[in-house]
Design a protein around this ligand. Structure first.
Ligand SMILES: C[S@@+](CC[C@H](N)C(=O)[O-])C[C@H]1O[C@@H](n2cnc3c(N)ncnc32)[C@H](O)[C@@H]1O
Length: 238
């Protein structure tokens, strides 16, 4: 690896390499998330149709909130995360009949997909861990993991507000989280803004286009939490 290459295994913001973060993750997130509803919402949004012959990579899978649900419907799920303790929590959720998940301790910049290109790459609340330049590098790598005509789904905190409004928008967002999920989560959300790398929608859209993806649609109700459905339209290997 070149000396200038980004070390994605050093966690920025919330440190998901810590056992205590992995232990508390699902309880804390389920104060404001319904994993099953999110998963169903994603499938509807992507209009994927039948999934039983399809393959998916879940990048930044964490404790497997989406991975275990995807395993019920997809042929194979590749579940990738830089944190061994988050992966361990995901593995513990599986019953012994589940054999179609392939786990990998790697990340956006280091995962090497050995199998055939997949129908879908999904990533939920993980992409903001990379600074923008490295997001672009990651998207170029993701292009090679997805079939031509296949999909990339990104759900993340992406700033959709006018840049000049940032202070008021972020203040209101942080307050809102404290009301729903408590003081500790407020601190996590502040940490996110301070130390992690959420970016503006217009930047992410430009990066997606340059990585061979067309943004077919996106949805965002609060100027922060945004879902993107992106179709691979250009093969960068070719
Ligand atoms: C907020 S959790 C999201 C987990 C899961 N996708 C979900 O929806 O609950 C963020 C996850 O991203 C992982 N992560 C951070 N940087 C990463 C990287 N460069 N590549 C892959 N995963 C990364 C963390 O280890 C953590 O498990």
């Amino acid at each position: 690896m070149e000396n200038w290459f980004y070390d994605e295994f050093k966690h920025c913001g919330v440190d998901y390499s810590q056992v205590r973060e992995a232990e508390k993750y699902d309880d804390r997130h389920q104060k404001f998330r319904d994993f099953e509803k999110e998963f169903r919402g994603m499938l509807e949004f992507l209009e994927l149709g039948k999934t039983e012959e399809k393959t998916v990579i879940d990048l930044g899978c964490g404790t497997g909130a989406m991975t275990v649900l995807a395993a019920d419907l997809f042929k194979t799920v590749y579940a990738v995360d830089i944190s061994p303790v988050m992966l361990e929590k995901a593995k513990k959720k599986l019953d012994e009949n589940v054999h179609n998940i392939v786990f990998a301790n790697a990340g956006f910049l280091t995962y090497e997909h050995d199998g055939e290109a997949v129908d879908l790459v999904m990533t939920k609340v993980a992409f903001h861990h990379l600074p923008d330049f490295w997001k672009q590098v990651a998207l170029l790598r993701i292009n090679r993991m997805v079939k031509m005509g296949g999909l990339l789904y990104i759900h993340d905190i992406v700033f959709q507000f006018d840049p000049g409004d940032y202070a008021a928008k972020i203040d209101a967002w942080v307050e809102g989280f404290e009301k729903v999920a408590g003081e500790k989560f407020r601190a996590d959300v502040e940490n996110h803004i301070r130390n992690e790398y959420s970016t503006f929608g217009w930047i992410l859209t430009g990066m997606l286009e340059r990585a061979g993806f067309a943004v077919e649609k996106y949805r965002c109700e609060d100027d922060f939490s945004t879902e993107y459905a992106c179709r691979k339209v250009k093969d960068l290997n070719g």
